[in-house]
Structure formats: C-alpha cells, structure tokens
Write a protein that binds this ligand. Structure first.
Ligand SMILES: [Co+2]
Length: 339
C-alpha cells in the first residue's frame, strides 16, 4: 500500500480547481537524492511519513462526518487510525463545529453529535519519532456553505504557491487575506499557521492569516503548518471557559498531591510538550477524579489548557490546513493525500 515503506515526498503543483497534482519533474529531482544540490537535502523520511499518515486519516474521516454521528467517535476514529498506521497523534483530534473556530476535542463523556447543517472542521496530526504533521478539512454538512470551504481551500492553495526561501510571512498572510476577502468572507486574524520543529508543534514563527508588518521570513528546510480560517462574522475570536486540550510544562519541580503527580509524570513522559486530551487520561477505565487533578495542575502552573475558541459573533468558521516543507524553489506539501 502507498503508506508502507515509502519515503517519496508529495511534491505537487496546485491546479486551478483547488486540487493538487504531483509534478513529476520536481518529484524526480527530490527522489533522486544523488543528483540533488546540497541546498535541497532529502526531507527526513519520518517527517514525510507523518504527513502521509495524517493525509490518509483526514481523507478517511471526511467521509464519516455526517449528521447524527457522535463527536467522540470521530475523535477516537482519527486517533486510533493514526496509531494503526504506525504513528501517534501529534495532538488530540479537533472537531470544531459551526461557530467553534478551533480547539474542541471531546471530553471523556461527550454525548454531542454532529448537527444537520453547518460546517465541521476536523484538524489532526501525526507524530513519527517527534516529526509532526498538522492538517485540517472542513465538511459542509448539507452543501449549503460552499463558499466557506472554497475560500479556505483557495487561500491555502494561493499561500502554498508563495512558499519559497526568503518569502515574508506577512506576504503569505496578505495573500490569504486577499483570497478570503475576494470571496466575501473575513479571515480570522487571531488564528495563525505556525512553524513546526521536532517535538514542537508551535515553534517560533507564525504564518498570519492577514496582512501584517512582520518581518519574519521562511527559510529552506523549515516546516510550517499553514491554516487559513474564514468566517462571515467579525473575524475575531474569544475563548470559552472550557478546555479539553492541555500541554505539560517542562521542567516542573513543585510538590503535588499523588494523583496530580501521577498525571504530570504520565503526560510528561508520553507527550513531552505536545498537546494531549483530558479524555485520554480516562482511557483504560480508571475511575478517578482527573478533572480535579487537572484544575490543581493548572493552578500550580504544571500544565496549561487550550480553551475552546469561539467566533466573536457566533458565526460560521471554516478552515483548511496543510503541512509544508520550504524547499529551494517552492513547497513540499507533506499532507497532500488523495492517493
Ligand atoms: Co496547525
């Protein structure tokens, strides 16, 4: 199967309809590493594999997101498939519905189901030995919000076309903003794409979704998640009170109660600084008050929560996302899929 043992990068050219087609000449260049210039080293195979696995699972889950399906079943399907394909989740599967812009993953007892209409964003990533991928798709439940999906797909496509060493991150943001506004929507300016390094999901630089004066640039070999968000609301977001996604602060030395200590050790050992879901603590059937331990850990500064993010006016939000490697003359999209 295409996922087994291959380390061929998904080198591609964007087609006008928003689809990506492999560009065979460039593909040959990348694969025949003996003939490559020293400026264009072969990307780490684990990085490419993390991208392929995430793309495969994203394409598989897209077909499963239908009205009435339990959100927790979508989350566990995604996370189990990632493991089944030989990786680990880079972060909990996010299923953000309608005006929830991002950072919703099911809590352990979630009864919520997918509604009849609107937009569902599924955002997922794989971790292969610390090499990460991050990709998202928006599902238009009753096919009545196509402009939202088109806007983010086109913005992502236009942004990827700008990727090359030396391009200003603010320029990429300007391209994203223009494409979304041209389609009558607004970019969500507080949400950004982000650089990724080994074991670090949000490393240093960000990729804005609007024109900014940031002077930062992309450099060859860097890895980025580019993720445009579009809305018919204000384009601002606010944090809800609930957090279901956390990350562990390292190092942490203070004394804690036994259960908090156990949660700290477990999450630090298993996920390092990558995000994890409170739901994952309950897997295996242990009936303990993890929610209380999480509150104590937050108060102690041992973990941080990522609150659910809502569109400021309660309007719909769409999202598209790919992981890319900055190559000498363009982008290698690691999460292409469709194969
Ligand atoms: Co991301």
């Amino acid at each position: 199967m295409m996922l087994r043992g291959t380390c061929m990068p998904d080198r591609a050219t964007m087609m006008p309809d928003g689809h990506l087609t492999p560009h065979t000449d460039i593909l040959r260049k990348v694969v025949c590493s003996g003939h490559m210039s020293p400026m264009s080293p072969t990307p780490p195979p684990d990085l490419l594999r993390a991208g392929q696995i995430a793309a495969h699972v994203r394409d598989a889950v897209e077909r499963r997101v239908r009205p009435g399906v339990k959100v927790i079943d979508i989350c566990t399907f995604v996370e189990k498939e990632i493991v089944h394909l030989g990786a680990r989740p880079a972060f909990p599967c996010n299923v953000s519905i309608n005006s929830i812009a991002a950072h919703y993953t099911s809590p352990h007892n979630d009864e919520q189901t997918v509604p009849e209409t609107g937009l569902v964003k599924v955002d997922l990533g794989a971790n292969v030995n610390g090499y990460l991928s991050d990709t998202a798709v928006t599902i238009d439940l009753d096919d009545s919000h196509r402009q939202f999906v088109d806007a983010v797909n086109s913005a992502l496509q236009d942004a990827i076309r700008e990727v090359r060493p030396g391009v200003r991150l603010g320029h990429v943001g300007a391209v994203i903003e223009r494409t979304i506004r041209t389609r009558g929507l607004r970019p969500v300016h507080q949400l950004t794409g982000h650089q990724m390094t080994r074991w670090t999901l949000h490393a240093g630089k960000t990729v804005p979704n609007v024109r900014t004066r940031t002077t930062g640039k992309m450099h060859a070999g860097e890895v980025y998640a580019i993720e445009p968000f579009a809305t018919d609301g204000s384009g601002t977001i606010r944090a809800a009170t609930a957090s279901y996604i956390f990350s562990t602060t390292m190092p942490f030395k203070k004394q804690l109660d036994p259960l908090s200590e156990e949660v700290y050790e477990r999450t630090q050992g298993q996920y390092r600084s990558l995000p994890w879901a409170s739901r994952w603590l309950y897997e295996g059937g242990a009936k303990r008050d993890y929610d209380a331990a999480l509150r104590r850990l937050i108060r102690a500064g041992a973990i941080r929560g990522y609150p659910v993010l809502l569109e400021g006016r309660g309007r719909l939000v769409s999202q598209a996302e790919h992981t890319i490697i900055v190559d000498t003359d363009g982008a290698i999209v690691t999460t292409l899929g469709g194969t």
